[in-house]
Design a protein around this ligand. Structure first.
Ligand SMILES: [Zn+2]
Length: 252
């Protein structure tokens, strides 16, 4: 059994069957790490209070021979108080972290994803538009994970998608379908307004230093959020609870 010590961000804490807890972390060099630990009890209180949106030094015994990995210690060093103390920000942070959790792979380096997560948390701690930041970072995360939506041409006829016209998104095929090809498609297609398409194209195309110029009104932000939730849910075949919560609060 190898003992590993690495910087990590806690993604999720879940009580599992029996008396154990499953802790999920993202690390730069070992990707997603899932560790079991004993559920704290009154007689056996936790040494550290671990919850999502904490960054710090993680020590664990790596999994081997069908034995799951075991937590040795987690020392929180960054807790982003500006996020924790603000309901809008913590909800956005949890929604993004949920997508990180379902997209990150285990046991391989994920430096781009790890750095994106840190930049995202630093950014939304002070930015006045936490949801816009979440959507931009979600698109960048999809690109890093290798399944960014294909936005410039129709996946059926290969013609350019007009930035001013109506088009549809196929979560199943991972890209846009033009209005002429739409009637022949069998999969579910989500209508995309020009404003939402323009936002996603710019978010994927702009260099990071220019992203603060990316603006969108509330309707476009809501639309892109719903589109990306549907897209990610289809790609990873799992339900996004925080994303669904945000869309429900907004009222579909
Ligand atoms: Zn087409």
């Amino acid at each position: 059994v190898e003992r590993v010590s690495v910087p990590a961000v806690a993604l999720a804490v879940a009580n599992t069957a029996g008396k154990s807890r499953l802790l999920t972390f993202l690390t730069r060099n070992h990707g997603k790490v899932r560790l079991f630990t004993r559920q704290p009890t009154r007689l056996n209180p936790p040494k550290t209070f671990i919850e999502a949106v904490q960054g710090g030094e993680l020590s664990y015994l790596s999994p081997c021979d069908n034995e799951p990995g075991r937590l040795v210690a987690f020392v929180p060093q960054r807790v982003w108080p500006g996020i924790r103390e603000d309901f809008t920000r913590i909800v956005q942070a949890l929604a993004f972290i949920e997508v990180v959790n379902v997209c990150a792979t285990e046991a391989e380096p994920q430096p781009l994803l790890f750095d994106l997560l840190l930049r995202f948390l630093d950014h939304i701690e002070r930015d006045e538009r936490p949801e816009t930041i979440r959507l931009v970072c979600t698109l960048q995360l999809l690109r890093i994970a290798g399944f960014a939506p294909h936005l410039d041409t129709c996946l059926a006829c290969d013609r350019e998608i007009a930035p001013t016209g109506r088009a549809l998104l196929s979560a199943e095929e991972g890209g846009m379908v033009c209005p002429s090809c739409a009637p022949g498609r069998r999969e579910r297609l989500l209508p995309v307004t020009p404003a939402a398409l323009g936002f996603m194209v710019r978010a994927l195309g702009l260099p990071e230093t220019h992203l603060r110029r990316l603006r969108a009104n509330a309707a476009t932000v809501g639309e892109v959020s719903r589109l990306l939730n549907a897209f990610v849910e289809f790609r990873v075949d799992s339900r996004l609870h925080a994303g669904a919560f945000l869309d429900a609060m907004r009222g579909r």
